[in-house]
Design a protein around this ligand. Sequence first.
Ligand code: AMP
Length: 201
Amino acid sequence: MRIILIGPPGAGKGTQCQKLVNLLRVPHLSTGEMLRAAVKAGTPEGVEATAYMEQGRLVPDALILGMVTRRLEAADCRAGCLLDGFPRTLPQAATLDDLLERRAMSVDGVIELAVPRDELIRRMLARKRADDNPEIFSKRITSFEEQTAPLLDYYQRQGKLASIDGLGTADEIFSRVREALRRFARAQGRRAHRPSPLPDV
Ligand code: AMP
């Protein structure tokens, strides 16, 4: 299964991704983590990305697409993967669709973790991480609203979006995530004109 998790910074994507990876047993592709590793290793991509990341801005599409394409072509991604923090712009989403289509693959479903801005700020202040500068954090939310939120419409039109409430405990949210997965499996079954192998809920 190829699943995308979309949500603003502080929505709880990391926690839900861990749970999803344990359930689905597919590689977890986090572009934020790939970039942080590149910065730490001092690669040319890391050097280019640093200024953007420090300012809470998105790094250029070309850099991200090069990185993700290489990763998606690896053998362990053939059976599926969990995409976290990618795509984040419409050109990234369109390129991903093209890339998968050329390999007779597609995105199976997109899960949006919806959390209001005031709750995101409240969570950020409560956890007080060293890299949680309030000004930068708020810039990251704005870049989500301006550049990433349009993807929700893009995937909605493809009938692949499940928007779930990101408020509650991690387990409560995860049960909504599982419900979304069942919905994706049913939709896939309908597209293939056969019943889904997963039970209805
Ligand atoms: P994250 O850990 O996913 O919040 O990513 C941390 C930072 O890496 C973001 O604030 C961006 O600067 C950059 N980044 C991660 N993924 C992407 C992406 N798909 N497109 C552009 N920039 C990204």
